[in-house]
Design a protein around this ligand. Structure first.
Ligand SMILES: Nc1ncnc2c1ncn2[C@@H]1O[C@H](COP(=O)(O)OP(=O)(O)OP(=O)(O)O)[C@@H](O)[C@H]1O
Ligand SMILES: [Mg+2]
Length: 245
């Protein structure tokens, strides 16, 4: 990925996430589906990267492998230079809990809990020590502009606000990497833009690295790098030297 590597040396120089020759086959023999092949990528630390591609092109499969939820059939993934493929489940879970935050299209908030309780509960189930949880949850809600509304339940919030609470839950443990699978797909363009602004702020102010998937052409202008997938292969990579946010 020449364009991204050039950018990387210009900025922080560190590669947060690297994948080499990833292949993922679901099932066996004639019934096997090759969801990904020949995937090589470098995600520079402190950047916002979008994976785009039609439905079925392999975006979610790739995200799952990059965040150690799934193992590739072939190839290797490195997080800060350390190989994470082949690690025992316990170590992969520990890596995710400490270093990675996940955001999904459908927000995934618990309806009976307030915004604050959702974020605090997220910290608890990730095994964070209870001491300091209140401050961490409130800090995360502040970062996404939802502290004022933290006593509200999800049904009292707009879709964009719910997604911001879900982002607060994903970043409360201050991960280095945020992975978001179609985070704006259920939002109108104005609310989608709010979410993208929150992401940009996390990159600029905390040096977080964000990898997201999207179908929305408008989002390509807002990120630092775009990687296009077609039928499980990378077909292009572009760098925005002046992203619009
Ligand atoms: N667990 C699985 N078992 C079998 N095939 C799978 C599995 N998961 C994904 N696939 C197949 O792998 C391919 C890539 O799927 P994936 O979900 O990664 O696509 P996507 O780009 O995320 O699509 P969408 O935009 O619809 O979310 C598809 O052909 C899909 O049917
Ligand atoms: Mg998907």
């Amino acid at each position: 990925m020449p364009a991204m590597q050039a950018e990387q040396t210009e900025t922080s120089g560190e590669t947060l996430l690297k994948a080499t020759d990833i292949k993922r086959v679901f099932g066996k023999g004639n019934a096997g589906v090759t969801a990904l092949s020949d995937i090589r990528l470098d995600i520079p630390a402190g950047s916002m990267v979008a994976l785009k591609g039609r439905s079925g092109s392999g975006k979610t499969t790739l995200l799952n492998i990059l965040c150690a939820l799934d193992e590739p059939t072939e190839g290797q993934v490195f997080f800060r230079g350390k190989e994470i493929t082949g690690l025992p489940a316990k170590e992969r879970n520990a890596l995710r809990r400490k270093e990675i935050g996940l955001v999904f299209q459908s927000f995934g908030l618990i309806p009976l809990m307030s915004a604050y309780e959702n974020v605090e509960f997220g910290l608890r189930i990730a095994g964070a020590p209870v001491k300091g949880n209140r401050e961490a949850a409130e800090r995360a809600l502040e970062r996404v502009g939802m502290r004022e509304r933290m006593k509200h339940r999800p049904m009292e919030l707009s879709g964009g606000e719910q997604q911001r609470v879900a982002i607060a839950r994903a970043i409360a443990h201050e991960p280095a990497l945020l992975i978001a699978d179609e985070p704006t797909a259920e939002l109108d363009s104005r609310m989608g833009l709010q979410v993208m602004r929150v992401f940009r702020d996390l990159v600029n102010r905390s040096g977080m690295t964000i990898l997201l998937t999207t179908h929305d052409p408008g989002i390509m202008e807002l990120v630092d790098h775009v990687i296009a997938l077609e039928d499980g292969k990378i077909v292009s990579e572009t760098t925005n030297h002046k992203p619009l946010i």
